[in-house]
Design a protein around this ligand. Structure first.
Ligand code: C5P
Length: 229
């Protein structure tokens, strides 16, 4: 069975979370978010990770990652997520066929989600995203006016997203040349003309973004280990 490599982007500052230092190094249940993320990917079948880190904190990340249960290397990211992903992709070993791109800020993605994404790429899909129905009513605001969007047709997009490595690399280069700014990698593939395949995501793959998400992450970690706090 071919190896699956994950690019784990961890080079963001985490401004919305507040507090000191990079978000991915924030401790939850005794380990940094990025270590939880690598453990979750390993449980889902990933065999190696390229972790994309901020230039000024590389040593701190390497020290924290020594405890990660997945072989890995680090590379330095860029100012935007898209640049960080491309830096990671360029460090993936040639000959790799399947690559996952995952936010370090989603530390508790369940193994079945990771497996579903890998299986769909293995079955021939170029780009695979885990999605969830949207629970809130959503309105699109333009200046002073707003319109409601039909909720039943909306999906929230999570990571890990899975790709054929050659397709994703070529798509990122095309997006860079065209000046496309995208907040996820499936959008980059779609821009380059590739279809996107949807699989079922999971609420536990939520992104730690704001302080309330840290409380949720602690509670989830405690419930999984059976420890009540
Ligand atoms: O900012 P956002 O929540 O979209 O970030 C998602 C993920 O992308 C986070 O894990 C963050 O560390 C990463 N990121 C990055 N490089 C950036 C910005 C974000 O690796 N320049």
């Amino acid at each position: 069975m071919p190896n699956v490599v994950a690019v784990v982007v961890a080079a963001g500052s985490g401004t919305r979370l507040g507090g000191e230092g990079p978000k991915a190094l924030r401790d939850v249940a005794g380990a940094p978010l990025v270590v939880h993320a690598l453990a979750a990917l390993a449980a889902g079948g990933v065999s190696f990770a390229v972790v994309v880190v901020p230039a000024l904190r590389r040593t701190d990340f390497e020290r924290a990652l020594a405890a990660a249960p997945l072989p890995h290397r680090t590379v330095v990211g860029g100012a935007e997520r898209q640049q960080s992903v491309l830096a990671g992709l360029e460090a993936v070993a040639a000959g790799t066929r399947i690559v996952l791109v995952h936010d370090a800020a989603r530390p508790f993605v369940p193994a079945p989600v990771v497996q579903r994404v890998i299986d769909a790429v293995r079955a021939g899909a170029d780009a695979v995203i885990p999605v969830l129905p949207v629970v809130d009513t959503v309105r699109q605001v333009t200046g002073e006016t707003s319109v409601v969007l039909e909720r039943t047709s909306l999906r929230a997009v999570q990571t890990p997203q899975g790709f054929n490595l050659d397709v994703l690399l070529a798509s990122h280069h095309a997006a860079l040349a065209a000046g496309l700014a995208a907040t996820d990698d499936a959008r980059v593939c779609e821009f380059a003309g590739h279809p996107v395949t949807l699989v079922e995501g999971h609420r536990e793959a939520f992104k730690v973004t704001e302080p309330i998400d840290l409380a949720l992450a602690e509670a989830l970690a405690a419930s999984r280990t059976g420890v009540s706090r």
